[in-house]
Unconditional design. Structure first.
Length: 455
């Protein structure tokens, strides 16, 4: 048995304290209230910022340990073991941050009854016989049809058949997919010749633990297919890459932006398989729903859905004195800019660079996102940070939790100061890191030139 290094001992200490925090979770709310630290006393969500940032500080310490230590003393078993403990601790925790899981269960119940989930909103009279007192009253926006694509609906239907109406079962399934993401990140790190302990940047992230294990968001189902697509793309398997990215798109839609990162010029297999996979998923529901197969998606781009918007709102504010359609023009401009980024990346015909292109495309998407930016949308940048650590994105993965303050205010409006606290340091830190790398890249050849000129 090898002697534990100082880094291992530090990780054990941090992991133990964090495990206690996750195990107690929102039961700490009364204590936070008594200390006068709650944003809104009496509401468990009011204690979340204190709980989250305490755990995020521990996470930051663990990240520093892993990034500074050498790969000669791997701690992978320790890291994955604590990651599992964190997630299992939240398996039975109350749903405080989000009620989305009740919509998942409802959509599964509707399909179990033999009804197309895109046909009727939960409040429709046609679905009145399916209502109960446990699930239906907790559904967010029951007057709106479902927004979740066919890939998600497959999962909802399958769980409804085996574990009907079970919140714990839904969270447990998401937890298993999340562990699959951790294993795929380890494979990516090994393939790149990097220290596998870097998986900690994803596995111990409070953002991933709370939003996936705690709230069961669909990013847990989506991420393994995104990573599988990137692995297949890097290994030159376009058919598998297309099928995996198509499946990820059928779960959450926005992974489709990775198409330019995975596309190789003169490759017909990848785009064909990707398109066929997406169409096949929708065709299964199209017959029963017709034009309603998109569900709530068209309404999702309305101004009433705006939440924690970054650059797009800044552009709209600049355009407001010039045009009455500032919001629409801003959406067009940031979407066009995102498309331009995609075109530039698609022109890079370099298969080994697929992972970096994917990272750049995901980062550009989060910066230029024309719609709402909920905290769980940020999770899919975390696997890339294991390969390409960036202080800016690590900071943002913590700061984005501040957006929950909106739901603690009356009226529910996110203060401008909080959005500045989220986005301004992100842009400054990313810019500083890019400048430092550019400078380091230009100084290296200068340092080598005299050496090359020596006889």
């Amino acid at each position: 048995m090898r002697r534990r290094s100082r880094g291992d001992l530090c990780l054990i200490g941090v992991g133990t304290v964090a495990s206690l925090g996750y195990a107690l979770n929102f039961e700490l709310a009364p204590l936070v209230d008594r200390l006068g630290l709650s944003v809104r006393a009496g509401d468990p969500l009011g204690a979340y910022p204190v709980l989250y940032f305490s755990l995020f500080a521990l996470y930051g310490l663990a990240c520093a340990v892993v990034l500074r230590k050498g790969p000669e003393r791997p701690s992978l078993g320790l890291i994955v073991g604590f990651a599992i403990i964190f997630r299992v601790a939240l398996l039975f925790a109350p749903l405080v941050l989000s009620s989305d899981v009740y919509r998942y269960i409802w959509d599964g119940r509707v399909q179990r009854a033999g009804i197309n989930p895109y046909l009727h909103a939960p409040a429709s009279p046609e679905l009145a016989p399916l209502r109960d007192e446990a699930i239906y009253p907790r559904i967010n926006r029951p007057e709106a049809p479902t927004i979740y694509p066919p890939g998600a609906q497959f999962l909802f239907a399958g769980i409804a058949l085996v574990f009907p109406d079970s919140v714990t079962a839904m969270k447990a399934i998401m937890l298993l997919f999340d562990l699959g993401t951790i294993l795929l990140i380890v494979r990516l790190l090994r393939g790149a010749g990097m220290d596998t302990d870097r998986v900690l940047l994803y596995a111990w992230s409070p953002l991933a633990v709370f939003e996936l294990a705690g709230s069961a968001h669909l990013e847990a189902l989506m991420l393994p297919f995104v990573l599988l697509a990137l692995v297949a793309g890097a290994e030159g398997r376009p058919g598998l890459a297309g099928a995996a990215l198509g499946t990820a798109t059928l779960v959450k839609l926005y992974p489709a932006v990775l198409f330019p990162a995975l596309y190789q010029r003169r490759d017909r297999v990848f785009p064909l398989v990707f398109t066929a996979t997406v169409l096949a998923g929708y065709l299964l529901y199209l017959a029963g729903a017709g034009g309603r197969v998109l569900g709530f998606l068209p309404a999702y781009f309305g101004p009433w859905e705006d939440f924690n918007v970054g650059l797009r709102d800044l552009v709209a504010a600049v355009l407001a004195p010039v045009t009455a359609s500032a919001r629409a023009v801003a959406i067009f401009l940031v979407t066009a800019l995102l498309g331009a980024v995609g075109l530039v990346l698609a022109r890079r015909d370099d298969r080994p660079d697929v992972l970096r292109r994917g990272y750049l495309m995901v980062g550009a998407t989060l910066l230029l996102l024309p719609t709402s930016l909920h905290p769980w949308y940020v999770i899919w940048i975390l696997p890339f940070l294991c390969l390409y650590p960036a202080v800016g994105w690590l900071y943002f993965s913590g700061a984005v939790a501040l957006s929950y303050v909106k739901y603690l205010r009356e009226p529910q409006v996110l203060p401008l100061g909080i959005r500045l606290l989220e986005f301004l340091p992100l842009v400054l830190l990313l810019g500083a890191q890019a400048a430092w790398r550019r400078r380091a890249g230009t100084e290296a050849p200068r340092a080598m030139k005299p050496m090359m000129e020596k006889p």
